[in-house]
Design a protein around this ligand. Structure first.
Ligand SMILES: *[C@@H]1O[C@H](CO)[C@@H](O)[C@H](O)[C@H]1NC(C)=O
Ligand SMILES: *[C@@H]1O[C@H](CO)[C@@H](O)[C@H](O)[C@H]1NC(C)=O
Ligand SMILES: *[C@@H]1O[C@H](CO)[C@@H](O)[C@H](O)[C@H]1NC(C)=O
Ligand SMILES: *[C@@H]1O[C@H](CO)[C@@H](O)[C@H](O)[C@H]1NC(C)=O
Ligand SMILES: *[C@@H]1O[C@H](CO)[C@@H](O)[C@H](O)[C@H]1NC(C)=O
Length: 460
């Protein structure tokens, strides 16, 4: 099926979705913690959930917005004769309700995991055929958030849109709605084709496979999400998976890459779900508690950032779906930008294995592919480094050296003229407008490959 057929299918299914999804939640991307990277299937227990809740409170995370504590796979043991899910009695001897109560008393919200198929990915009972029962069970436990995975159901591994998968998620969406309890719904379907349907189904949807190191962050998240910005907005978000962190566990990045992941996730307006808690390093704690970077992610406009400059090889939606592109990280640089209420957030990213210098022309943060934010021409802007927390003054270029292999810098850019100021029509005003979407680039490398990006936007 070609790109154009995807577009048709998107329209067809969108209509079928009817009223869509509106539970009043997710006006900004969710923030919190998920157990999978820390515990996988081995340590999910009432005791460890209490430890995590205590640690989150001790670190002051709830006050920063990290509100959900989400239990991933492996809490359920079987279905009872009444069809109701039975928690693992060794791990949760008192059942789930007291655990939910403890989490709530800690000032957090309680999240749980299921799967749209017959079995979860770790072989626990799945929700297929029990959508109404499970929704009611979760509501009776005062669950606030459900992550629903995609193993062992129809078309689990299909890299094309599946109406069977969407129908299953729709059933569960409606069953949760019927409980009357507002429950944040997070789909975990691993494929970017969920994105055009996402807002009709849920509050967030995964766009790729699990992110467990820098390479998978590039392959399954960063390069994929670059094409999906038009589908995110208040109420529903692209989910490029959890924050990996740099603690010394099987799932890890370097400290530099871990900070880059946080900066990029904020500019991509992604869910901020911490993946390590009990062994979090001081460096990661400093990263995750940077209020100015969190504010970028949680900006009320809710616009997902995009690439405004790059010298990376041509990528488009055809070749991101091809397996061979999953392997190599290209040796190049990108600049991502996101409009926020009072300016722009900018991340300069180096994918190369050597340090690299980028001299970025600040006015290039403007783009007009989103109707929400027409961007008027400006030449210089006040620049603040969001990691060193220094105001750097007014400038026209950000000329910086980026560390090797996932190094980055993040800035907030406030243009001199108020961005939202109305430009009166007329010859003078129109002269001040940018002549093209992506103006003259300053820096090294070949020109930005805008054609592919715009082609794809049209097709989808
Ligand atoms: C159920 O869906 C309706 C229609 O979208 C919405 O108005 C209502 O808030 C939803 N209720 C819950 C509990 O999600
Ligand atoms: C996508 O990129 C590949 C090269 O990687 C190219 O062959 C193909 O024509 C491109 N497709 C579109 C739609 O631009
Ligand atoms: C950089 O080095 C790492 C580790 O050897 C490797 O996995 C990665 O692909 C390299 N990246 C580039 C852009 O060459
Ligand atoms: C960026 O600044 C450095 C000095 O910090 C300078 O040597 C270099 O020429 C500048 N780059 C460009 C493209 O002007
Ligand atoms: C960046 O490049 C521009 C255009 O080449 C140049 O005028 C400017 O001085 C450079 N910036 C720095 C800090 O070197």
């Amino acid at each position: 099926m070609g790109l154009f057929a995807w577009g048709c299918l998107a329209i067809g299914l969108q209509l079928e979705l009817g009223e869509g999804h509106d539970n009043g939640l997710g006006s900004t991307p969710q923030m919190g913690y998920n157990t999978w990277n820390d515990f996988e299937c081995h340590g999910v227990s009432a005791e460890n959930i209490r430890k995590v809740a205590d640690k989150m409170v001790t670190l002051g995370l709830p006050a920063l917005g990290y509100e959900y504590l989400i239990i991933d796979d492996c809490w359920a043991k079987k279905r009872g004769e009444d069809g109701v899910l039975v928690p693992d009695p060794d791990a949760f001897p008192q059942g789930m309700k007291p655990v939910a109560d403890y989490v709530h008393e800690s000032g957090l919200k309680f999240g749980i995991y299921t799967d749209r198929g017959t079995w979860t990915c770790a072989g626990r009972p799945g929700t297929w055929g029990y959508e109404v029962t499970d929704a009611q069970t979760f509501a009776s436990w005062d669950v606030d958030y459900v992550k629903t995975d995609s193993c062992n159901g129809p078309d689990s591994l299909d890299d094309r849109p599946s109406s069977a998968a969407i129908a299953q998620y729709k059933l569960f969406r409606d069953a949760l709605n019927a409980t009357g309890r507002p429950i944040f719904l997070a789909l975990s379907g691993w494929h970017n084709w969920y994105s055009p349907f996402g807002k009709g189904l849920a509050n967030s949807w995964r766009i790729g496979y699990d992110v467990r190191n820098w390479r998978s962050a590039w392959n399954y998240a960063i390069r994929v999400n670059a094409f999906l910005h038009d589908y995110a907005g208040p109420g529903g978000w692209n989910d490029p998976d959890m924050l990996v962190g740099s603690s010394d566990t099987a799932v890890r990045m370097t400290p530099e890459q871990s900070r880059t992941q946080f900066s990029l996730w904020s500019v991509m307006t992604a869910p901020l779900l911490l993946g390590s808690m009990l062994s979090m390093t001081d460096h990661d704690l400093e990263t995750y508690t940077n209020r100015e970077v969190i504010a970028v992610d949680q900006d009320p406009l809710g616009i997902q950032g995009q690439i405004v400059w790059e010298n990376c090889p041509l990528r488009n939606r055809t070749n991101i779906r091809q397996k061979q592109y999953y392997d190599e990280i290209p040796a190049c640089q990108q600049v991502w930008a996101k409009p926020i209420q009072d300016g722009f957030a900018v991340v300069l990213l180096n994918l190369e294995n050597n340090s690299a210098r980028v001299n970025f022309s600040i006015s290039d943060v403007c783009w007009s592919s989103t109707e929400l934010q027409p961007c008027d021409f400006f030449e210089e802007a006040a620049v603040r480094d969001l990691w060193s927390k220094e105001d750097l003054g007014r400038m026209r270029f950000i000329n910086v050296t980026l560390a090797a292999d996932g190094g980055s810098r993040m800035f907030k850019v406030v243009p001199k003229a108020p961005r939202k100021q109305e430009v009166k029509p007329g010859p003078r005003a129109s002269k001040k407008r940018r002549p093209s979407l992506y103006p003259q680039r300053v820096g090294k490398g070949p020109p930005l490959q805008t054609d592919a990006v715009h082609f794809l936007q049209r097709e989808l």
